[in-house]
Design a protein around this ligand. Structure first.
Ligand code: NAD
Length: 353
């Protein structure tokens, strides 16, 4: 079990099956007594369940959280928030719902308690990506990191196996890129490796028995570690490629991360062999990118961009876009190199350095 107390963060974080039932106590402890619950349309029942648990503290359920935090949804939620008289929000869901909570905090400075139901890690970061008229912009502000995060293993035990795998690989991608980040620190590297190890240990158990709450909690500890390093150090080629693919072709977030991770890792191997070597100690194998590809394959993850509906002729445009204003990366990013990487990811071939 990961001892999170040795890693200092400015959040209140708790783990445990059933933790969602203590949300009211946590909010009252920071002076909040009226809370608006946020969910996606798909998770509105969970919002209603929480409203019942919170009783008179609940100021309503707003169930329109949407991927990439469109500003028109935020505006509607802001109106709802001001009419409800709430002094805090509770986001129960994945990165999309937690993103809406952050967007509301940006405009109002209210309290924010997050109950994550995926492994994407947004609850640990001060980062907010928003879309307006189809254009996504990203900002970072310490006040956007939710003050309280409750990891309730029961909430991820309903995550379908396919989403479990892609969301876990999404989380591991934060940790892999933290290993070679330009501004990496020893502490972030240690935490990143803890995160990968937690998923490596727990995922096979969860695949056998998705309702195993102990193993689910271990995956959430991994998500916390991976999300925390995402908030601490800069990301590189992998995240740039996923943002470009997601933005240009409107691809699903976690699946795109799952497919690209082995390829981006392999691309960076020649320039970051020592930094990536600990992955081999955790996953086995000779090459980190190939080890991640083998892991993804063993978990039945989607392996090819064409499975997500990407057309081969889109790859040139994506390579062009991904090499414009590139993020810092350990290896030089060339258009030919990225086009070749995308070609392999499109067809589902093994990664190459
Ligand atoms: P998501 O929040 O978009 O959820 C995807 C779908 O899965 C939704 O329909 C949701 O209702 C459903 N779902 C979530 N949990 C479930 C569960 N336990 N059981 C059944 N269904 C469930 O997916 P995500 O991958 O968590 O988040 C993606 C979004 O988060 C993207 O917009 C991404 O940019 C953002 N994100 C932001 C950060 C950050 O630090 N700002 C970090 C990671 C992700």
């Amino acid at each position: 079990m990961l001892d999170i107390t040795q890693y200092s963060t400015d959040q209140t974080v708790a783990f445990g099956a059933g933790q969602r039932r203590y949300a009211g106590e946590h909010l009252r402890a920071v002076g909040c007594d009226r809370v608006l619950i946020l969910t996606t349309p798909q998770q509105s029942d969970l919002g209603l369940e929480l409203a019942e648990t919170l009783g008179p503290m609940a100021a309503g359920v707003f169930s329109k959280a949407t991927m990439h935090t469109p500003t028109n949804v935020t505006e509607e939620a802001l109106t709802h928030l001001s009419q409800s008289g709430a002094d805090s929000v509770l986001s129960v869901g994945g990165g999309s719902t937690i993103g809406l909570g952050k967007a509301l905090v940006l405009h109002t400075d209210i309290g924010h308690l997050a109950l994550p139901t995926t492994y994407a890690g947004s609850e640990c970061t001060p980062i907010l990506g928003q879309t307006e008229n189809g254009k996504k912009t990203t900002m970072s502000d310490p006040k956007l990191r939710p003050g309280i995060v409750l990891y309730d293993a029961e909430l991820v035990s309903t995550l379908p196996v396919g989403m479990t795998v892609t969301s876990a690989l999404n989380a591991m991608a934060h940790a892999v890129e933290a290993l070679y980040a330009e501004d990496r620190t020893e502490a972030a590297t240690e935490l990143a490796l803890e995160g990968i190890a937690a998923f490596q240990r727990a995922l096979s158990v969860v695949m056998e028995n998705p309702a195993d709450l102990e193993a689910r909690q271990a995956t959430q500890e991994g998500a916390w570690a991976c999300g925390t390093v995402l908030g601490q150090v800069g990301m590189a080629l992998h995240h740039k490629l996923c943002h470009t693919l997601g933005g240009a072709l409107n691809l699903p977030h976690a699946e795109t991360h799952a497919i690209i991770l082995p390829h981006a890792t392999a691309y960076n191997e020649p320039a970051a062999a020592a930094e990536l070597a600990p992955i081999l100690e955790l996953l086995g194998g000779q090459e980190p990118g190939k080890a991640l590809w083998d892991l993804a394959k063993s978990l039945n993850a989607p392996m090819a961009l064409k499975e997500l509906g990407v057309a081969e002729h889109d790859l040139d445009r994506v390579a062009e876009l991904a090499t414009q204003n590139p993020y810092w990366n350990p290896r030089e990013i060339t258009k030919d190199g990225i086009r070749a990487l995308l070609g392999r990811a499109w067809v589902g071939a093994a990664p190459q350095a």
